[in-house]
Structures are given as structure tokens and as C-alpha cells.
Unconditional design. Structure first.
Length: 147
């Protein structure tokens, strides 16, 4: 009788190995397909990154025309926001807060908060501030009329 039990165990393990082999073959095939797909996606990402870098370089080359309009700054000097300077500039332009806000492309409430020092502009808005601070009175009024 013990021989029968041992034979049964051997047969069960043989059949189990056979079934597992089928499943493993399917998994290996899928794994190979996934690896090749991942490799192709990595190549595509690498190509797109190269295209992005070249596009950024092209944009950087085309922006010096805009940089020529910007007045030259002293080297090593960091531009910063100053609420008092903004208010003084608005008053030197002879503009109301609403007009200056329109020139900057912001709301009157935002300009009031900037001028009162309650809030500082976001980094995305600082460039508009610097452009406005570099303008002269005529240029500012002309820009306000066109907006």
C-alpha cells in the first residue's frame, strides 16, 4: 500500500509540473513582449527628449530679440519686487490703480495688495512687473491704450 501512495504522489507532482510549465511558457512569452515594448518606449522617450532640447535651444536662440528691449542691468544685481517702487512708478505714470492693473494684466485688488505690501507677486507675474518698471511714461500709456 505504501508503494501505491508514493506512486500517486509522483503522478500528481508530474501532472502539476506539466500544468505549471504551460502557464510559465505563457508568462515568459508575455514578459518578453513587455520587455520589448518597454525598450521601444524608452527609445521613444529618448527621441522626444532630444527633440525637446533642440526646440528649447531654438527658442533660446530666438529670444535675444526680446532681451534687446530689456534695459541692461548691472551685472550681479538681482531684480526684486518692491511695493514702494511700484506705487511710485504708478504715480509717476499718472495712472490710477485700475489703469496700472490693466497695464500689468492683473486685477485692481491684486495691485492694491501688491502696493500695500500684503502680497508679493508670483514668479510668473514678476516678469510683467519688471517690464512695467522699465517702461517710460509714454510707452506705458501707449501700451495701456493698446490693451
Amino acid at each position: 500500500m505504501p508503494n501505491f501512495a508514493q506512486s500517486l504522489k509522483q503522478e500528481i507532482s508530474r501532472i502539476a509540473r506539466k500544468e505549471v510549465r504551460k502557464d510559465i511558457a505563457a508568462l515568459r512569452k508575455a514578459s518578453t513582449a513587455y520587455r520589448s515594448e518597454i525598450a521601444s518606449l524608452k527609445r521613444a522617450v529618448k527621441d522626444l527628449s532630444a527633440q525637446l532640447r533642440s526646440a528649447q535651444k531654438a527658442v533660446a536662440r530666438s529670444t535675444p530679440a526680446a532681451a534687446e528691449e530689456e534695459p541692461t542691468r548691472r551685472p550681479g544685481r538681482k531684480r526684486t519686487f518692491n511695493a514702494e517702487r511700484l506705487k511710485a512708478k504708478r504715480q509717476s505714470f499718472g495712472m490710477s490703480q485700475a489703469q496700472m492693473a490693466q497695464l500689468l494684466g492683473i486685477s485692481s485688488l491684486s495691485l492694491w495688495k501688491w502696493e500695500s505690501g500684503q502680497v508679493t507677486p508670483r514668479a510668473s507675474m514678476l516678469e510683467r512687473y519688471f517690464v512695467a518698471m522699465s517702461m517710460g511714461k509714454r510707452k506705458a500709456w501707449k501700451a495701456l491704450e493698446t490693451t
